[in-house]
Design a protein around this ligand. Structure first.
Ligand code: UDP
Length: 343
C-alpha cells in the first residue's frame, strides 16, 4: 500500500513539483486545488512526467463542509502538505481582506477537518517572516519581524496558529518550511511557474523579457549597501524545494521529531544580487537581456540568505542544484510555453 499524502494547492508552482517528487518516491499524492491561480492542464503535465495521473479534487478549502467531507472520506491519509494560499505581495497590500480571508479560512477549515485525528502537516512558510535580518546568514532562531505586507503577515500568524495547535494536541505533528526564493522548473520543462498577468517576481520577468513577451527588465535599485548595489536573495531551485517537503514528511512519518512543531529554512545558503542573477542567466543561456536600472521598490529587503545548518542536520536535506541549473531550466520552461499552451 502506498502512503497517501494530501497536497493542497498541488497544481501550483511548488505544489506540482512536489507532487512529481512524491510520485517518484512512490507516495500516493491526492491533490486539492480550486484552480484560482493554477491550470487543470498541469495535471496532464504531471501525468506526462510521472506516467500516473494523481487523484484531483476541485475544492476551495475555505468551504468548511466540502473540506470536512473530503478529509472524512480519505480515512488513511498519512500526511498533508499545505500549499494552497494567495501569494502576491503587492496584491495583498491593496486587497488585505482577500488575503486574510483566504489564507486563514483555508488553513482553519483544514485543521478543523482533522479534529480528533492524527495530522502530519508540512506548511509553506516564507523567509519573509525574518524581514531584514540583523545577522546573515539568517537562522531559524532569528526574531520574526513585523510583516511588511498582509501576505507576509498571513505566513507569520499561520506559523503561530500551527505552533499553538501542535502544543495543544499530541495528534498533531507540524513542520513549517521557510522558503527563500523559489525559481527554475522541472528538468522535463513540462511544469514550471505560470505567473498570472505581469510577473512580479524577478525570474519569470527575466524569462518573459528574454522571450520578447515583455519589455526590458527594471533592476529595482543599484545603490543599496551590497557589493554591486542591487538587492541580494537566496534563490532555490524548485526541484530542491520539492525534495525538502519529502524530507519534512519523512521526519514527521518516522516520528523522529523531538517536538510537535518545528521550522526549517529552505535555501541554498548563498546570496545572489539582481545583477549577478541577470549575468548568470545571460552566461547560462547565451541570451542577452535588455535591462535598465530603476528606482528602488517600496518595502524591498536589501539582503537575505539562509543559514542551512539546521536543515542539513535534522531535516537531512540540502540544496543540490546550482544557479546555472535554475536559469537553464527556467529558460527551457519559458521556451516550452512559447510552443505549447497549458489550459
Ligand atoms: N526585482 C527587480 N526587478 C523586477 C523584479 C524583482 O529588480 O522586475 C528584484 C527585487 O527588487 C528583489 C529581487 O529582484 O531584490 C527579487 O524579487 P522578487 O519579487 O522575485 O522576490 P522577493 O522580493 O519577494 O524576495
Amino acid at each position: 500500500m502506498k502512503i497517501k499524502i494530501l497536497v493542497t494547492g498541488g497544481l501550483g508552482y511548488i505544489g506540482s513539483h512536489t507532487v512529481v517528487a512524491l510520485l517518484r518516491a512512490n507516495f500516493e499524492p491526492i491533490i486539492v486545488d480550486n484552480l484560482d491561480n493554477s491550470k487543470l492542464g498541469i495535471l496532464d503535465q504531471i501525468e506526462k512526467i510521472a506516467g500516473v495521473r494523481p487523484a484531483f479534487h476541485n475544492i476551495d478549502l475555505c468551504d468548511e463542509a466540502k473540506t470536512a467531507a473530503l478529509i472524512k472520506s480519505e480515512k488513511d491519509l498519512e500526511g498533508v502538505i499545505h500549499f494552497a494560499a494567495h501569494k502576491a505581495v503587492g496584491e495583498s497590500v491593496s486587497e488585505p481582506l482577500k488575503y486574510y480571508r483566504n489564507n486563514f479560512n483555508s488553513l482553519l477549515s483544514l485543521l478543523k477537518a482533522f479534529e480528533g485525528r492524527t495530522l502530519n502537516l508540512v506548511f509553506s512558510s516564507s523567509c519573509t517572516v525574518y524581514g531584514q535580518p540583523d545577522v546573515l546568514p539568517v537562522n531559524e532562531a532569528a526574531p520574526v519581524k513585523k510583516a511588511e505586507s498582509p501576505y507576509g503577515n498571513t505566513k507569520q500568524v499561520a506559523e503561530e496558529i500551527l505552533q499553538d495547535i501542535a502544543a495543544a494536541d499530541k495528534l498533531k505533528q507540524i513542520i513549517s518550511l521557510r522558503y527563500f526564493n523559489p525559481v527554475g522548473a522541472h528538468e522535463s520543462a513540462l511544469i514550471g511557474e505560470l505567473p498570472a498577468g505581469v510577473p512580479q517576481n524577478l525570474v519569470p520577468f527575466v524569462t518573459q523579457s528574454a522571450a520578447g513577451k515583455r519589455g526590458p527588465i527594471t533592476v529595482f535599485g543599484d545603490n543599496y549597501d551590497t557589493p554591486d548595489g542591487s538587492c541580494i536573495r537566496d534563490y532555490i531551485h524548485v526541484v530542491d524545494l520539492a525534495e525538502a517537503h519529502l524530507a519534512a514528511l519523512k521526519l514527521l512519518l518516522n516520528g523522529k521529531q523531538a517536538t510537535n512543531y518545528d521550522v526549517f529554512n529552505v535555501g541554498t545558503g548563498n546570496g545572489y544580487s539582481v545583477l549577478q542573477l541577470i549575468n548568470a542567466f545571460e552566461q547560462t543561456t547565451g541570451v542577452k537581456l535588455d535591462y535598465k536600472i530603476g528606482p528602488r521598490r517600496a518595502g524591498d529587503i536589501v539582503k537575505v540568505w539562509s543559514d542551512v545548518t539546521k536543515s542539513k542536520g535534522k531535516l537531512e536535506w540540502e540544496a543540490k542544484l546550482s544557479i546555472e541549473e535554475m536559469m537553464r531550466s527556467a529558460w527551457a520552461w519559458e521556451q516550452y510555453l512559447q510552443n505549447n499552451q497549458i489550459n
